[in-house]
Design a binder for this molecule. Structure first.
Ligand SMILES: CC(C)(COP(=O)(O)OP(=O)(O)OC[C@H]1O[C@@H](n2cnc3c(N)ncnc32)[C@H](O)[C@@H]1OP(=O)(O)O)[C@@H](O)C(=O)NCCC(=O)NCCS
Length: 274
């Protein structure tokens, strides 16, 4: 199949969801809308209709990009399409570092292309019923610049567009104040049936867990939290709270080590983005 890789637009969102479903991935319309808005989506057409493969790329300045949603239809697997899509995304990224989380299907392919495993990430799901809000407050328009600045310091690259988008779709967006402005923030937004908690940025783990509990307690339904194994005490907290464990993926990086002050980053916005 020598059909070229091409950039997709949001009108093709339905084809992306359909291809994801061909690999039993949950249909995530809202996440796809976000990906089309803040990132770039690339695909290879299936001559029989729809898409044979796809991948997303979300660039944050020149420092770091996140790659995700890499899927090749089972009908076209093991013919080099995945390698072509990832090579294309890496070429387009042009950032110092590229981040992704890999399933066992994807990992060997990514290793061949220069990605190295740096950690693991596990999905947790739970219903929290009580909300005792003591430490955080809802974000206000006046906080936006300070939140962007805090986030850039911790993430190591500007995420202004993403944060602006999140303020529009978030179910809850809370900040924790320090003496000179916000020192932590967390977002809860509705993904595929569950509410994703992320990003979470905090001065320390206690603050992160308080933010997570205060966000999750206000959600009517299941929440999802992706925990990087860099935070073993967070994993222990999830176990203590009897959160249901979902899939574990390998966190991989190509290029430079990730920038920023990552020990204060407690949860990604989504594993497809960073
Ligand atoms: C992971 C995934 C995207 C790979 O796509 P793909 O198009 O099959 O990838 P490629 O064909 O480039 O490479 C896959 C393997 O086929 C081999 N291959 C490539 N062309 C080949 C050919 N013509 N003949 C035989 N083998 C071939 C590759 O060497 C590679 O081997 P390896 O797994 O031993 O490293 C696909 O399996 C998939 O969608 N899986 C389910 C969803 C998923 O897990 N996505 C990854 C998220 S991180």
């Amino acid at each position: 199949m020598d059909v070229p890789v091409r950039r997709l637009d949001v009108g093709e969102l339905g084809n992306c969801v359909e291809l994801a479903e061909s690999r039993d991935w949950t249909p995530e319309q809202r996440k796809w809308r976000m990906l089309f808005h803040v990132g770039e989506v690339y695909g290879i057409d299936d001559p029989a209709g729809g898409l044979a493969g796809m991948v997303t790329l979300t660039r944050f300045g020149t420092e770091v990009a996140g790659i995700g949603m890499m899927v090749v239809s089972p009908r076209h697997g093991r013919r080099g399409l995945g390698t072509r899509l990832m090579t294309h995304a890496l070429r387009e990224a042009k950032t110092a570092s590229v981040w992704l989380t890999a399933t066992d299907f994807g990992r060997p392919l990514y290793e061949k292309l220069g990605f190295r495993a740096v950690s693991k990430s596990t999905q947790y799901f739970a219903r929290f019923t009580e909300q005792s809000v003591t430490a955080s407050r809802p974000v206000s328009t006046e906080d936006f610049a300070a939140v962007v600045e805090l986030d850039e310091h911790v993430f190591g690259a500007p995420r202004t567009d993403l944060l602006r988008y999140l303020t529009g779709i978030a179910d809850d967006f809370r900040v924790v104040d320090g003496p000179d402005g916000p020192v932590g923030y967390g977002v809860a937004w509705l993904g595929a049936g569950t509410t994703q908690i992320g990003p979470v940025v905090a001065a320390d783990q206690d603050m992160a867990l308080t933010l997570i509990a205060e966000l999750a307690g206000g959600i009517d339904g299941y929440v999802r939290l992706d925990i990087d194994h860099w935070h073993p005490d967070m994993l222990a907290w999830a176990e203590e709270h009897r959160m249901d464990e979902g899939m574990t993926t390998t966190v991989m990086v190509a290029g430079d080590p990730l920038p920023g002050d990552r020990k204060r980053l407690f949860s990604p916005v989504a594993v497809a983005i960073g």
